[in-house]
Write a protein that binds this ligand. Structure first.
Ligand code: DQA
Length: 139
């Protein structure tokens, strides 16, 4: 099984970025624990701060993976282009958020991804990604 993880802007700073909201762990460290926990899954990890690069990556993996875990970060709330890319590909996309966006500022309540995603997992810290994998593993 191939699962692509795509992280958007500022998620490269996990570990040091607002640790009260996003925790103290880097994504690279967390990813090692996922790889160890799911040895039969082939993970493809990509992070970019650039909207067009995220769209390119969704197009690149969106016809050949079994699932995409997409945390588009701030672009979630602004990007028609990323929403259109999710809609355009065959692979099911799960929208992921580390923090509970609905308990934060109003502008974080709007998502261009939710209507086109298979489902959303929001607010469980980095464990949101593991829960996304479990959702993809269900037939
Ligand atoms: C985030 C929530 C977004 O509102 C924010 O802009 C992020 C991270 C999350 O994972 O909680 O950068 O997607």
């Amino acid at each position: 099984m191939k699962i692509a993880i795509i992280n958007g802007p500022n998620l490269n700073l996990l570990g040091t970025r607002e640790p009260g909201v996003y925790g103290h762990q880097t994504f690279e460290d967390y990813l090692k624990s996922l790889v160890a926990a799911y040895p039969s899954i082939d993970f493809d990890y990509f992070q970019s701060n650039i909207e067009g690069e995220l769209i390119d990556q969704i197009q690149k993996v969106g016809f050949s993976s079994d699932g995409i875990l997409l945390n588009a970060a701030a672009y979630t709330h602004t990007s028609v282009g990323i929403g259109d890319a999710v809609k355009a590909v065959d692979t099911p996309v799960i929208e992921i958020h580390i923090s509970n966006t609905f308990s934060r500022e109003d502008f974080r309540h709007k998502s261009y991804l939710t209507p086109v995603s298979k489902g959303i997992i929001v607010g469980f810290g980095l464990d949101s990604y593991r829960l996304g994998i479990e959702a993809l593993l269900k037939p």
